[in-house]
Design a protein around this ligand. Structure first.
Ligand code: ATP
Length: 328
């Protein structure tokens, strides 16, 4: 093939199909991806959350637990060693691109799932410029809608007040699951960036929870060699006997909740930017399901109500959209 006919071949070659599930943190993207992969059993999931690509801090970064993955293959989830430095959008483009080629060569469907829009953008655009951050307000480069795959975008959206109530509850659940012990183990008193906020850190040390609890551990270093910081007598951060410690702990928890809400706002801003640039994002409104999750008391009937609404308002419309896309 000469170069002219080779480029004509590439232009006319049918692009690989990719389903992309995007949305702010906490909107149920991981759950939806496994629901869809169960209904379209030839699917494999590629994580596009930039903190979840790293190995470690599974509770803090809220990785979907293995038992909830229901045997669906997940790629780039906890695979990158954080000691190797920052995993960049450009790294994601090349690793994610190879994974998509591998999945499609086996005649399976790639589902890209995660909240990092700079990763999604880098992976999908036809021409990627490593030098420019298209989401930076001062950047002169606009977002291109020329994509290297044939994409079906599902944008899971939850109204902000409902999502922020849910996220506050989720932080409490993460603490109950052992987030403080996980962060205590990760704490490095020798780290050069200990004093810095997340903007000046690299890789996993930026994850929400790490800078906030580094501040706490600087004042109250975790006991080494013990199973749980909270198990040491007199150092229970929730204990009533130590008001200062309790205050510092509450401060860290409040900062985590506030920073998570700030992250949601930034993510929604980026999604609007992609939409305005011509990306065909199909909005799926999951607000009602989340409202049911935050308003009713916990218990079996609540869970049932939640999953009925989730099924009707989120899974069913998503299935319709994906079915139509696969038929095209
Ligand atoms: P992107 O810029 O790629 O769209 P993003 O949606 O994750 O990424 P950013 O505004 O870049 O949004 O914020 C990223 C910061 O949010 C991270 O540096 C980290 O502090 C935090 N963050 C994002 N995802 C997680 C996560 N899963 N767990 C903990 N912190 C997270």
């Amino acid at each position: 093939m000469d170069s002219t006919s080779s480029s004509a071949y590439h232009r006319h070659r049918r692009k690989d199909k990719v389903v992309v599930i995007m949305g702010a943190t906490g909107t149920g993207k991981s759950k939806l991806s496994v629901d869809l992969a169960t209904l379209f059993p030839f699917s494999e999931i590629i994580n596009s959350d930039k903190m979840q690509v790293y190995r470690g801090l599974d509770i803090t970064t809220n990785k979907i637990p293995i038992e909830e993955r229901l045997g669906v293959p997940h790629h780039l989830l906890g695979e990158v060693d954080p000691v190797n430095g920052e995993f960049t959008p450009s790294d994601f483009r090349s690793r994610g691109g190879s994974i998509i080629s591998d999945i499609t060569s086996r005649r399976k469907l790639p589902l890209v799932v995660g909240g990092s829009n700079s990763f999604i953008h880098a992976l999908l655009v036809d021409q990627f410029d490593t030098e420019s951050d298209v989401f930076d307000g001062s950047s002169s480069t606009s977002i291109s809608s020329e994509l290297r795959y044939n994409c079906c975008f599902l944008w899971v959206d939850v109204s902000f007040p409902v999502l922020s109530d849910y996220l506050s509850k989720r932080v409490e659940d993460m603490l109950d699951l052992g987030m403080v012990d996980e962060l205590a183990e990760f704490y490095d008193p020798e780290a050069k960036d200990l004093e810095d906020d997340s903007a000046h850190r690299t890789g996993l040390r930026k994850a929400i929870g790490v800078p906030e609890f580094d501040r706490y551990f600087r004042k109250y270093p975790p006991a080494r060699g013990l199973l749980s910081a909270a198990m040491v007598e007199g150092t229970d951060p929730k204990g009533e006997d130590n008001h200062l410690r309790k205050g510092a702990y509450e401060e860290a928890v409040t900062a985590i909740k506030d920073n998570t809400c700030q992250l949601v706002k930034r993510q929604i801003g980026k999604i609007f930017k992609l939409k305005r640039s011509g990306w065909d994002l199909r909005r799926i409104d999951a607000t009602e399901a989340f409202r049911a999750a935050v308003t009713s008391e916990s218990g079996g009937s609540n869970k049932k109500r939640w999953s009925e609404i989730w099924e009707r308002q989120v899974v069913e419309p998503s299935v319709k959209i994906v079915k139509r896309f696969l038929k095209e």
